[in-house]
Design a protein around this ligand. Structure first.
Ligand SMILES: Cc1ncc(COP(=O)(O)O)c(C=O)c1O
Length: 440
């Protein structure tokens, strides 16, 4: 069978004026990086934070739907066909696998929450959309973010016209006293509603928040009545030592809204994530997750039940823990992280260039600091002339643009290509520092 190949019809001449925020560089970052990758297909790209396709087990995960169907039919005492038919219908807004996710959270994250506090979402991205839509009043509410941070949250806030105030992260992430000062300062202009962070293996920085800071941060947020939004897609990818408890696992007072994702543990095409919202709402009996279901119902109605069944089936097959599925992936990403650290030491270590980097204990990213400002023009030169693509840290900054830093992602390139890519980056840096790199 061949796909139709007729030329696409031309677009109409009718002009549409976009919302003002479309002029914002923030909303163009993803497109810009994708364009650079497409324009220079031969270049080695450390730009996208994508998981490695060779490790996807798409068919295997989808075959778990049958496991889920059998389990449901046994539990409900109905035929497997009836369960399959249910997948064809509109479904429960907050999802059909909350019990299995609650069990997974207990097993893999030591987070204890009732299934009623979980909303199954279309990726972590929808969880962010539900939180911002449901809890932020544009006129007065402020979102604090650790800075730099994931564009998924800041871009969304920009689209929704929600005020964002950056709290600069240091080499270990958010510093609780800095957060407290930011809360006090920002509270003069509105209500600080929540603080967003990625404490484990931060995107873009690669940092991990130390335990004492986690505890102090929870205390600061609780005292100031600020919700903490903890986004944790990389937590299971710890390479060096035992994991630290998540903020949610430490949270005894309902300070934390927790966002999870199956994009890195399984595969991102699933678009499966979840929001944990176990706070109380006024005098109602149900948790915040129940109140937020009206937001979810207006965003996506429900998360596709078939895809929930795939995740649910895997969780059933694996006895609730994703550890066995994640372990080989973690081993592969660790190899890639190590390959990048070795290549960086070989290329820049002890050299006169003044290039420094951090060694992330997990996740997909690290920060490289250069002795010069890395401009957008450098990105093009790096890609076109030297064959390596990186992300300027500036792309992820709300506050001061950290022009001397770049984010390197080691998740999407095999170890050999990583070594080659860092050598190419080394050549660029040497030429740039010595003035040999032609900037035009
Ligand atoms: C910090 C962070 N949150 C969320 C996501 C996206 O998650 P999802 O694919 O579940 O929407 C990513 C993916 O890159 C991420 O880095």
């Amino acid at each position: 069978m061949t796909l139709p190949s007729a030329a696409a019809p031309a677009i109409t001449s009718r002009e549409v004026v976009l919302k003002e925020c479309f002029g914002d560089e923030l909303l163009d970052v993803m497109n810009f990086l994708n364009e650079v990758v497409m324009r220079f297909p031969e270049a080695i790209s450390f730009a996208p934070g994508r998981p490695l396709e060779s490790m996807f087990k798409v068919q295997q995960h989808l075959s778990a739907i049958e496991t889920y169907v059998q389990a449901c039919s046994a539990r409900k005492g109905c035929s497997p066909e009836a369960i399959w038919r249910e997948f064809g219908q509109y479904s429960l807004t907050n999802g059909i696998i909350s019990d299995l996710i609650a069990n997974h959270l207990e097993r893999d994250e030591s987070i204890h929450v009732p299934p009623s506090a979980i909303i199954t979402t279309v990726g972590a991205q929808e969880a962010m959309a539900i939180v911002l839509t449901g809890l932020f009043d544009q006129a007065r509410d402020i979102l604090l973010v650790s800075d730099p941070t994931y564009i998924g949250i800041t871009g969304l806030a920009r689209l929704m016209n929600i005020r964002v105030v950056p709290v600069p992260a240091d080499a270990h992430g958010l510093e609780p006293n800095a957060v407290e000062r930011a809360i006090v300062h920002a509270s003069r202009d509105g209500r600080v509603r929540a603080l967003y962070d990625i404490p484990d293996f931060n995107n873009p920085l690669g940092t991990s928040l130390p335990l004492d800071r986690r505890i102090a941060l929870l205390d600061v947020c609780r005292r100031h009545d600020v919700l903490m939004i903890e986004d944790n897609p990389y937590g299971m990818f710890a390479y060096d030592h035992a994991r630290m408890p998540t903020l949610k696992a430490l949270d005894e007072r309902g300070t934390v809204l927790y966002i999870g994702s199956f994009s890195k543990t399984l595969f991102p095409g699933l678009r499966m994530g979840y929001l944990v919202a176990d706070q109380r709402v006024g005098s109602s009996a149900g948790p915040l997750a129940r109140a937020l279901s009206s937001v979810k119902s207006l965003l996506t109605v429900n998360t596709p039940p078939l895809l929930q069944a795939a995740v649910g089936g895997e969780l059933l097959r694996e006895g609730g823990s994703l550890e066995a599925i994640v372990a080989p992936k973690r081993a592969q990403y660790k190899k890639q992280r190590d390959a990048m650290l070795v290549a960086l030491a070989r290329t820049f270590g002890g050299g006169p260039q003044g290039v420094t980097w951090n060694a992330p204990a997990g996740g997909f990213f690290l920060t490289l600091t250069l002795p010069f400002a890395f401009e957008t023009a450098d990105l093009q030169i790096c890609a076109g002339k030297y064959g390596v693509i990186v992300s300027p840290m500036r792309f992820f900054c709300v506050g001061p643009p950290r022009t001397n830093q770049i984010r390197l992602s080691f998740s999407y390139v095999d170890p050999q290509r990583i070594a080659e890519g860092i050598e190419r980056l080394g050549a660029f840096v040497r030429d740039r520092v010595s003035g040999a790199g032609n900037r035009h």
